[in-house]
Write a protein that binds this ligand. Structure first.
Ligand SMILES: C[S@@+](CC[C@H](N)C(=O)[O-])C[C@H]1O[C@@H](n2cnc3c(N)ncnc32)[C@H](O)[C@@H]1O
Length: 388
C-alpha cells in the first residue's frame, strides 16, 4: 500500500533542535487536549507507564484497549514502539495482488491503531514530559498552533511523524527541474517520487497559458509550470494544510504574484488554458486525513475531474492528467477503465507519455506488493475535448 505522507523518513542531517528541559508529567485526572490524526476519540482514561514496561506487557495492555501514557526516557519510548511494531509483523499468504493489498492495508491499520495507544503528554509550552526528549515545540506549533490548554496528549508515533515533517520543512526538498526547494508541511503529499514530476518536464516550454492545478499539495506542479512559462496558476486543494503549504512555497520561490490557491473541492471558478492534476490513485476509502492524497473512494475524484474538465477549459485548452496504473495491477480497476471514462466524458487523449516507477518501493522485494509495484507505470495524459 502506498505509505501516507507522514511516514516518509526525515532527511538526513543533524537533529533539528537540542534537548529541551523535561516538562512536568500530566497529573492524574487533569484535563488535556487530545490530538489524533485518526479522529480517534479522546481516551477516557490514561494509564501511566515508564521504562520498566516490557514490549510484551505493553502489547497485552494495548490489546485490552488501554492507552499507555509514557513518562520514562524518550529513546526507550521510541524503542518500545519499534519492538511493538516487530511483534505485529506477520507473513502474508495472499494468492493475488488484490488479496496482498487488502492484507497489507489491514496490517498497516492494525499497526497504526496499536502503536497509537502509546501516548505522551506535553505542557503549555509544548515541552515533552520524557527524559532526553528533543525540543518538539516548533513542530507542534507548526501543526497545531498555540496550545489551547495546560496539557496536550498525543500518540508518540504521530509526534515522531511531526518531528520528521518539521525537518523536511526546515531543510526543503530538491525536485528535478525546479529552481529552488519545496518546503513541505506536515500532512501534505511529499513529492519524493520524482517519476511523475519528470513527466511534466518533457513538455515543451509553455507560451504563457493560464493554468489550474487541481489538488495542488505542496504546489510543486504549479511551480514547475510557472518556471517553464505559464502566465499564472489558480490552484485548489481540499486540505487547508496543503493550501497554507503551497502558498508559503510560492512566496519562498518568488512566485507569489502569479500563484493563487483556494481551499476548494476540485476546480476553481472560471476557465484555464491548461488544467493539471495528479489525483489520488488508489480507488479505496481513505482512513484518515492524510490518506486523502492517495485514496479516492470509488474513483469519485477522478470521475468528477474528468466530468468537469471540458467546462474548465478555454476553447483549444488541454488537461494534463498524471495517473499510475497501480490500481489496475492490483485488480482495483479493470483494464481499459480510464479510457472508458475519458470517452464517456467527451474527451480524447491527444498524446500520452509513460515512465516506469522508480521509487524505492518499486525495488523492494520484501514488500508484499512487490509484484505489482515493480511493474507500475505512471502516465501523463494530455486530454482535449473530443470532436463532436
Ligand atoms: C497525489 S496528491 C498530489 C499533490 C500534488 N499535486 C503533487 O503532484 O505533488 C493529491 C492531492 O489532491 C488533494 N485532494 C484530494 N481530494 C481533493 C478534492 N476533492 N479537491 C481538491 N483537492 C483534493 C489532496 O489533498 C492532495 O493534496
Amino acid at each position: 500500500m502506498p505509505r501516507p505522507t507522514r511516514t516518509a523518513p526525515p532527511p538526513k542531517g543533524p537533529a533539528p533542535v537540542a534537548s529541551a528541559p523535561t516538562a512536568s508529567p500530566l497529573p492524574a485526572g487533569a484535563p488535556f487536549t487530545w490530538r489524533s490524526e485518526s479522529d480517534e476519540p479522546s481516551p477516557a482514561r490514561l494509564h501511566a507507564v515508564d521504562d520498566r514496561l516490557s514490549a510484551d506487557t505493553a502489547l497485552k495492555r494495548v490489546r485490552r484497549g488501554e492507552f499507555l501514557l509514557y513518562s520514562g526516557d524518550f529513546h526507550n519510548a521510541k524503542q518500545l514502539l519499534g519492538a511493538l511494531g516487530r511483534r505485529l509483523e506477520r507473513a502474508s499468504n495472499a494468492r493475488s495482488p488484490l488479496e496482498a493489498f487488502r492484507a497489507e492495508r489491514r496490517a498497516r491499520q492494525l499497526e497504526h491503531e496499536t502503536l497509537s495507544r502509546i501516548v505522551v503528554s506535553l505542557d503549555r509550552d509544548y515541552r515533552l514530559a520524557l527524559a532526553r526528549a528533543p525540543d518538539v515545540a516548533l513542530a507542534c506549533r507548526q501543526v497545531w498552533g498555540e496550545p489551547a490548554t495546560e496539557f496536550t496528549v498525543v500518540p508518540l508515533k504521530q509526534l515522531l511523524g511531526m518531528l520528521g515533517a518539521a525537518e523536511w520543512r526546515r531543510k526543503g526538498l530538491a525536485v528535478p527541474g525546479l529552481t529552488g526547494l519545496i518546503h513541505p508541511h506536515y500532512g501534505v503529499y511529499l513529492p519524493t517520487r520524482t517519476d511523475y514530476v519528470e513527466l511534466l518536464l518533457s513538455l515543451p516550454t509553455l507560451k504563457g497559458p493560464r493554468v489550474f492545478d487541481v489538488g495542488t499539495g505542496t504546489g510543486v506542479l504549479s511551480f514547475l509550470l510557472l518556471q517553464r512559462g505559464a502566465a499564472s496558476v489558480h490552484a485548489t486543494d481540499c486540505d487547508s494544510r496543503a493550501v497554507a503549504c503551497s502558498r508559503e512555497n510560492a512566496e519562498q520561490l518568488g512566485l507569489r504574484k502569479s500563484f493563487q490557491v483556494t481551499e476548494a473541492d476540485l476546480f476553481p471558478p472560471g476557465k484555464a488554458d491548461l488544467v493539471v492534476c495528479n489525483p489520488p490513485w488508489i480507488p479505496e476509502p481513505p482512513k484518515n486525513r492524510v490518506d486523502r492524497a492517495v485514496f479516492d473512494e470509488d474513483s469519485q475524484f477522478l470521475k468528477r475531474f474528468l466530468e468537469g474538465l471540458s467546462d474548465a477549459l478555454t476553447p483549444g485548452g488541454e488537461g494534463l492528467l498524471i495517473l499510475s496504473d497501480l490500481a489496475v495491477l492490483l485488480g482495483l480497476r479493470p483494464q481499459g477503465w480510464l479510457q472508458e471514462q475519458i470517452t464517456r466524458c467527451g474527451l480524447t487523449v491527444k498524446w500520452s507519455k509513460s515512465t516506469a516507477a522508480r521509487h524505492a518501493k518499486a525495488k523492494d522485494t520484501s514488500d508484499p506488493l512487490h509484484m505489482a509495484r515493480s511493474r507500475e507505470t505512471t502516465t501523463l495524459y494530455c486530454l482535449t475535448r473530443a470532436a463532436t
